[in-house]
Design a protein around this ligand. Structure first.
Ligand code: AQP
Length: 344
């Protein structure tokens, strides 16, 4: 039997990229898992704090994220859905992992390197550029390892951008198992459940990924966008001036992105097959079909979300029950961890 764990940051309403790349797969996993599989889905508020967040906004985003997860079909009776920050075992374990994780490994994380690159634009000296970045951002992957290993998760559905973090998680698990040996290794080495290779790109700049925090709001379609807004955003999506429709991600990234969205909406159809249907058609035809497909995909979740977000008491109850279940599961791990490191 498997223990499946994944998380999402409460940094705003999820967009089509989060949905097609991660969340829809969580629901699918939940609905196809065998009865002995355990599933945990966490809203990772501590991770969100690694970048500046307006407190009021963060507080609302946490609640909204829970409503979204329920709206798309995560069932709190089947899966443990909870706020990471309701379970202090994550930070306790992260601290213990901090003490066995070499800084050099963290410096090699591409997420860290790209933050550093941005900061380096402002300063030439490596030390000065690091000074502008916080320790939480540096240690982000260690907390992620703690999220996963606190439940001895065996399978982690994440996108390819998270592969390096999961490798580090395995390194940390191995290091712990080696340093604190007993008859049995304490932690499993979790494997990646590849969600989808479906990277959804920004509608405004198809060289970067669709992201919750990009300043241009028309670059992403939110799960809660109205049909009018969806149509507007897709109509203004950047494509190219080459006539006709072909799937060519290198030379036609914007067009390829629309084709990938459409293919994903059509039950993850092969994107080349999708492209074939547009032989002799133009961007207008493609955009109209993408609009319809996205609206069809999102209308159910959107309607459920609108109802659920008003049910504050219900959401609080789900969060409380999720936290209790998560905590009791991770507490069993922590008893063993504390005993092994000498803090029992
Ligand atoms: N554009 C994307 N296409 C496919 N999958 C995506 N994911 C994110 N963007 C895309 C997947 O969504 C999951 C949850 O992501 P997250 O919120 O924990 O953080 P993120 O990856 O940093 O997502 P965002 O939207 O870019 O948020 P911000 O702007 O707050 O950083 C992950 O599994 C991710 O792979």
């Amino acid at each position: 039997s498997r223990v499946i764990f994944s998380g999402i940051q409460p940094t705003g309403i999820p967009h089509l990229g989060n949905y097609l790349g991660a969340l829809a797969n969580w629901v699918k996993l939940q609905n196809t898992a065998s009865p002995s599989d355990e599933l945990l889905f966490s809203i990772v508020g501590w991770h969100a704090l690694t970048l500046p967040q307006a407190p009021q906004q963060l507080s609302e985003a946490r609640m909204d994220m829970l409503a979204v997860l329920l709206a798309i079909g995560i069932d709190p009776k089947r899966s443990i859905v909870f706020h990471q920050d309701h379970n202090p075992n994550h930070t306790e374990l992260a601290w213990i992992f901090n003490c066995i994780t070499p800084m050099g490994k963290l410096r090699r994380m591409t997420t860290w390197k790209s933050r550093l690159a941005v900061s380096k634009n402002q300063a030439d000296d490596a030390e000065i550029s690091e000074a502008g970045l916080n320790l939480g951002l540096f240690a982000y992957p260690v907390l992620q390892a703690a999220d996963i290993l606190a439940y001895k998760a065996t399978h982690v559905p994440v996108g390819d951008d998270q592969r390096q973090h999961l490798e580090l998680c395995r390194v940390i698990a191995e290091q712990f198992n080696r340093n604190f040996k007993a008859k049995q290794p304490l932690f499993p080495l979790p494997t990646q459940l590849n969600t989808s290779s479906n990277r959804i790109l920004s509608l405004r700049d198809p060289t970067s990924k669709m992201s919750k925090s990009a300043p241009d709001t028309s670059s992403r379609i939110l799960l809660t966008d109205s049909p009018t807004i969806i149509a507007q955003k897709i109509r203004s999506a950047v494509t190219d001036s080459i006539p006709g429709i072909t799937y060519d991600p290198v030379n036609r990234p914007g067009t390829a992105n629309l084709l990938r969205i459409l293919a994903a909406c059509n039950n993850n159809e092969d994107v080349r097959k999708t492209a074939m249907k547009y032989k002799g058609k133009n961007h207008g035809d493609l955009k109209k079909d993408v609009t319809d497909a996205v609206e069809e995909l999102l209308k159910g979740p959107r309607a459920s979300f609108e109802i659920l977000r008003r049910e504050k008491d219900y959401l609080k109850q789900v969060a409380r029950e999720g936290a209790e279940k998560a905590r009791s599961k991770s507490e069993a791990t922590m008893l063993e961890v504390r005993a092994r490191v000498g803090l029992a």
